[in-house]
Every structure is written in C-alpha cells, then in structure tokens.
Write a protein that binds this ligand. Structure first.
Ligand code: HEM
Ligand SMILES: *[C@@H]1O[C@H](CO)[C@@H](O)[C@H](O)[C@H]1NC(C)=O
Ligand SMILES: *[C@@H]1O[C@H](CO)[C@@H](O)[C@H](O)[C@H]1NC(C)=O
Length: 357
C-alpha cells in the first residue's frame, strides 16, 4: 500500500515536472483564427492588415515603410532619462503634429504623418501604439530585417515633445553621442539603430533631388549602408551641396555627414565595420536597440510581438558596388581586418531615386 502510494506520488511529481518542462509558450486563438500570446493582441491583426493595405501599398518596403520607421525614431527620441524632454514613444508626433512638424529636424516627416493620420483614425489604437506598430510592420516588409518587437498599451500622449531632441546630420559626433546618451543609448546602440539607413532616402536634405537613397539597395535590409559609407569621400559638401550632405562616390546616392563621421569615429568605427556582411549581427543588435527605442517613457505594456509579420529573408552577400574595391575603402577600425567582399560585375551604375518621395 505504502509502496503504491509512493509510486503514485512519484508518478505525479514526475508527470508534473514533465508537464512543466514540455509546456509550450501560452498561445490563445483569436475569433478570426489568428494565434497570439495574449487575448488583448487579437484586435491588432486587423490593424496589421489595414496598415499593409492602406499605408504600405500591399506590404511593400517602399517610401511609406521607410518613413514609418523614421517617424517612430523621431517620436521616441523625444525623451530624456533625466526627464523633461517629452513622453518618448508616445505618438506625440502624430497627435501634436502642429507643433512637432515645425521642428527643423522633422523636415520631410509631414508626408508620412499625413499618410498615417487617416489610417490611424480608422483604428481604436492610441497614437503611440499606432506609430510604433506601423514601424514594426513597415520594417517587416523589407527583406533581411529582423522581426521587430511590438509592445501594446500606450496611453494617449500628454504633450508635444520639445524641440531639439532629434539629431541632425550636421551635428558633431560628440553632440550625437551626447543626445543619445541623454535618451539612454550607448554608442554601439547608435550604430545598431543606424542600420535603418539601409532602407532610407532623403527628400529634404537636398530638395532638388528628392528620394535620393543612402545606399544602393534601399528596398533591402542588408548591410550595404555600412560598406558604402566607408568608400572614399570627402567632408566637403557634395552632390547638391546642401548642409548635412557630403560627397558619395556612388552616382545617385546621398551620404549624410553624420553617417560619414560615425563610420570613421574611433567610438563607433569598429562596430560600423563589424556590421558589414554580418546580417545576423545587424539583425540582432538593431532589433535589441529598436526594442528599447519603441518603449521609451512607457510602462505596463503587453508583449504583442507575435502580431508583427515575419520579414522575408535576405540571402545575398554585402558587395562592393560595380567598379569599387577594397582600395576605395577608408578603413577606420584597425582592430579587425576589413571583411573580404566581391565586387558587383559590370560598369559603374547610378542608384535610382526611391519612387513616391
Ligand atoms: C544620428 C542620428 C540620425 C540622423 C542625423 C538622421 C538623419 C536623417 C536624415 C537627414 C534623413 C533624410 C530626411 C529627408 O531629407 O527626407 C534620414 C532619413 C531616415 N532615417 Fe535617419 N537619422 C538618424 C538616425 C536614425 C534612426 C535612429 C532611425 C531609425 C531607427 C532612422 C531612420 C531613418 C529612415 C528609415 C530614413 C528614411 C526615410 C525615408 O526614406 O522616407 N534614422 N535620417
Ligand atoms: C488573421 O487576421 C487577418 C487580419 O484580420 C485575417 O485576414 C485572417 O483571416 C485572420 N486569420 C488567420 C487564420 O490568419
Ligand atoms: C495633425 O493632427 C490633426 C489633429 O490634431 C489632424 O486633424 C491633422 O490631419 C493632422 N495633420 C496631418 C498632416 O496629418
């Protein structure tokens, strides 16, 4: 009897232990059939579909997806760990657009605010949830991007962010590092966040050449931005000779002064170089820094990351653009060898502008 009881007890304990070990992450099935970790996330699946259809032209990594990512940064960085610089990732850039769109650093942001506002109004989301969900979904349309996290439940913003929280391309590396540090980010995280410039183009740095991309592959979340910003160039204004812009040796491409300098500064150059052709490193570090950015100033949010679509993979390699090679690289990190890359065959080509800019 005692033995039977004991074996029952052992079986129970063993069974329970097995159950705990084998317990899958809790998932619930929404009324529409979608599966997520928390019932409050169910309402987001139709919003994701709405965004893809009405903002991102059917899940494209185009101008709107690029701008939605930029918008999320300009919204969130209105924050200081010392207080007094705005509510962070609160959607104030959408709700208080009258104020924030006047800031010089928000030049060009008006298009995506105008694009998002009517779609935002068809949802029940707060401005902050909308802006940061749109960024995660838009980024997921870019092959090679990580699946960004999304945390849900931001209250409506209380006030606009003050001016001068968003870095400008004319800012010194010292000033950029200082501003990011004030928002809680280390130099490595700045480099990680600037992976975003792999899906980017400028409209207002030089208004005579709208849609000018920062790398040769603005529709792919690859590591080309880290290669191309290191090609030989000068600090003198190039192309349209606008402030904040420096010469890119690649026709049709814009290089921001800030990217040029961060690529070469001793505090950031080694991670910049290490990102080249290391898709996994870029994805991991960009995802982690974005996870931090998208919840600045927020608390008590629910993890709804599983509503974010899985991005298509990028299976290519980083390359030197046609006619360029290792000789054209201004290596700024001496601690590690520059990665070995192939050159795209053929004659020099010009990078076409991003349509819709
Ligand atoms: C040192 C910090 C940064 C500076 C100085 C900077 C500056 C700029 C400038 C001047 C533009 C072009 C605007 C225009 O003329 O239309 C731009 C575009 C863009 N930026 Fe940044 N940026 C910084 C950091 C970031 C970060 C942290 C993100 C996101 C995580 C980001 C995402 C983007 C994207 C996606 C675009 C392209 C927008 C489009 O093509 O419509 N940037 N940035
Ligand atoms: C998931 O949500 C989308 C958007 O609302 C919907 O189109 C789809 O039918 C849902 N169900 C499944 C199983 O994906
Ligand atoms: C700015 O926000 C207001 C509401 O405060 C809205 O009516 C307007 O359409 C927004 N502007 C843009 C450009 O979307």
């Amino acid at each position: 009897m005692a033995f039977a009881q004991l074996s029952t007890l052992i079986a129970l304990v063993f069974g329970a232990a097995q159950f705990v070990a084998a317990a899958p992450p809790r998932k619930i099935r929404c009324a529409d059939g979608n599966v997520t970790s928390n019932a409050v996330c169910c309402q987001l699946f139709p919003v994701v579909a709405n965004l893809q259809e009405n903002l991102f032209d059917g899940a494209q990594c185009g101008e709107e997806a690029h701008s939605a990512l930029r918008l999320s940064f300009h919204d969130a960085i209105g924050f200081s760990i010392h207080g007094g610089k705005g509510g962070g990732a609160d959607g104030s850039i959408l709700a208080f657009n009258d104020t924030e769109l006047q800031f010089h650093a928000n030049g060009g942001i008006d298009d995506i605010v105008a694009g998002q506002f009517p779609v935002f109004q068809t949802t029940n989301l707060s401005p902050g949830d909308f802006v940061h969900l749109a960024a995660a979904v838009g980024t997921a349309n870019c092959p090679g991007a990580p699946q960004l996290e999304f945390f849900f439940g931001r209250p409506p913003p209380k006030a606009p962010a003050p001016d001068l929280t968003v870095p400008e391309p004319t800012d010194s590396v010292d000033a950029i590092i200082e501003r990011f540090a004030d928002a809680g980010f280390a130099p490595d995280e700045i480099v990680a966040l600037l992976s975003s410039h792999t899906v980017a183009a400028a409209d207002v740095v030089d208004v005579t050449i709208p849609g000018t991309p920062f790398d040769s592959t603005p529709f792919t979340f690859d590591t080309q931005i880290f290669v191309e910003t290191l090609l030989v160039g000068t600090l003198f204004p190039g192309n349209g000779s606008q402030s904040g812009e420096v010469l890119s040796p690649i026709p049709g491409e814009m290089r921001l002064q800030s990217d040029f300098e961060l690529a070469r500064d001793p505090r950031t150059a080694c991670l910049w170089q290490a990102m080249i052709n290391d898709q996994t490193r870029m994805q991991t570090q960009f995802k982690a820094a974005m996870a931090k950015l998208e919840v600045l100033g927020q608390r008590n949010l629910v993890d709804c990351s599983d509503v974010v679509p899985v991005p298509p993979p990028f299976r290519g390699q980083a390359m030197f653009p046609a006619t360029f090679s290792r000789r054209d690289i201004q290596q700024a990190c001496q601690a590690t060898p520059f990665p070995t890359l192939e050159t795209i065959p053929g004659p020099e080509t010009s990078v076409p502008p991003v349509p819709g800019s």
